[in-house]
Design a protein around this ligand. Structure first.
Ligand SMILES: Cc1ncc(C[n+]2csc(CCOP(=O)(O)OP(=O)(O)O)c2C)c(N)n1
Ligand code: SF4
Length: 288
């Protein structure tokens, strides 16, 4: 609940990783509207359903448009917006359950179209809002409310999946490293194609992974997260593949395709090849 939105009586649990993501998104958006001179009202946040989806109501500062849509359907909504208003800066926010479970089928088609949106996936490896059920990124054997004897499936490796499906810009981040995350979100907003920033955003209530991600010297816990080597070339597919094949959580820009035509450009080219024909003209021309 905020002073501005007193009717929304929900908030995140103390320590939830989504607070850091919110701060980073606010900073990135602020920088984006100053640098590009795109007014705030030409920015849209499309949210899925989940604790992460509440982001759209909890943003502070200048307010972009917000759509809190259906579970798993952030990408079709984002595509609808970009089809009719390619000038808008669209950012998708979704949880790992929303984006990689029910929403998984939408990733490949948008990767192939190179839909020019920035996607922020908040990965806590559980379904937080519905009380901690296993998600695609929960590890095999994990005990959750829906897997009391251990999850039977292997975990999805989201970064590997994005590369395989042809996502043009793939970055990986931690919610607690707000400065780095904010820069990654800003870069993804500016990238003219399908850009995903996959964020490890721990759920303090059902899967608190802060210690595993950052490590704890006193307890002899090695950090799972590691920075990309300095000589990593994000334009190299083989470098990117090599990174996502390694254990743990790589942090940084893993892959970025150069010179791929964006969805908005494809729409523009196709529309201009219609030579001013209306929808009715085309239906008449091609109806049998
Ligand atoms: C079509 C549909 N199926 C299921 C649900 C119930 N539901 C709401 S949120 C959610 C999962 C949320 O998990 P995630 O996307 O990982 O987000 P988190 O809450 O962890 O941020 C589910 C299954 C729903 N709202 N709509
Ligand atoms: S249940 Fe988990 S993901 Fe949801 S607000 Fe609480 S800590 Fe965050």
């Amino acid at each position: 609940m905020t002073d501005k939105n007193p009717e929304y009586d929900f908030k995140w649990c103390p320590g939830c990783g989504d607070f850091g993501v919110r701060r980073a998104l606010e900073q990135a958006l602020q920088k984006y509207i100053i640098d590009t001179e795109i007014p705030i009202e030409n920015n849209v946040i499309v949210a899925g359903i989940g604790c992460s989806g509440n982001m759209v109501h909890l943003l502070e500062g200048q307010q972009p448009f917000g759509i809190h849509g259906l579970h798993g359907r952030t990408l079709p909504i984002a595509m609808g917006i970009k089809s009719s208003r390619p000038d808008l800066n669209v950012t998708v926010v979704a949880g790992d359950g929303d984006f990689l479970s029910i929403g998984m089928e939408h990733i490949a088609p948008q990767a192939q179209r190179n839909l020019d949106v920035c996607v922020i996936v908040m990965d806590n490896a559980v379904y937080g809002l519905t009380k901690g059920q296993s998600s695609p990124t929960s590890h095999e054997g994990m005990i959750t409310s829906s897997t009391p004897y251990g999850k039977m499936e292997d975990a999805v490796n989201p970064l590997k999946l994005y590369l395989t499906l042809g996502v043009s810009h793939v970055a990986s981040a931690l919610s607690s490293k707000i400065k780095d995350l904010s820069q990654m979100i800003y870069d993804a907003m500016k990238y003219p194609g399908f850009a995903i920033v996959h964020v490890q955003s721990p759920c303090t209530e059902y899967n608190n992974t802060y210690e595993q991600l950052k490590g704890n010297v006193k307890k002899g816990i090695q950090p799972m997260a590691w920075s990309l080597p300095e000589d990593h070339n994000p334009e190299s597919v083989s470098d990117a593949q090599n990174i996502v094949d390694r254990d743990g959580i790589p942090l940084g820009l893993i892959y970025q395709a150069k010179d791929r035509t964006s969805f908005s450009k494809r729409v523009e080219e196709t529309t201009s090849s219609m030579n001013g024909k209306s929808a009715e003209d085309i239906i008449t021309l091609y109806s049998v």
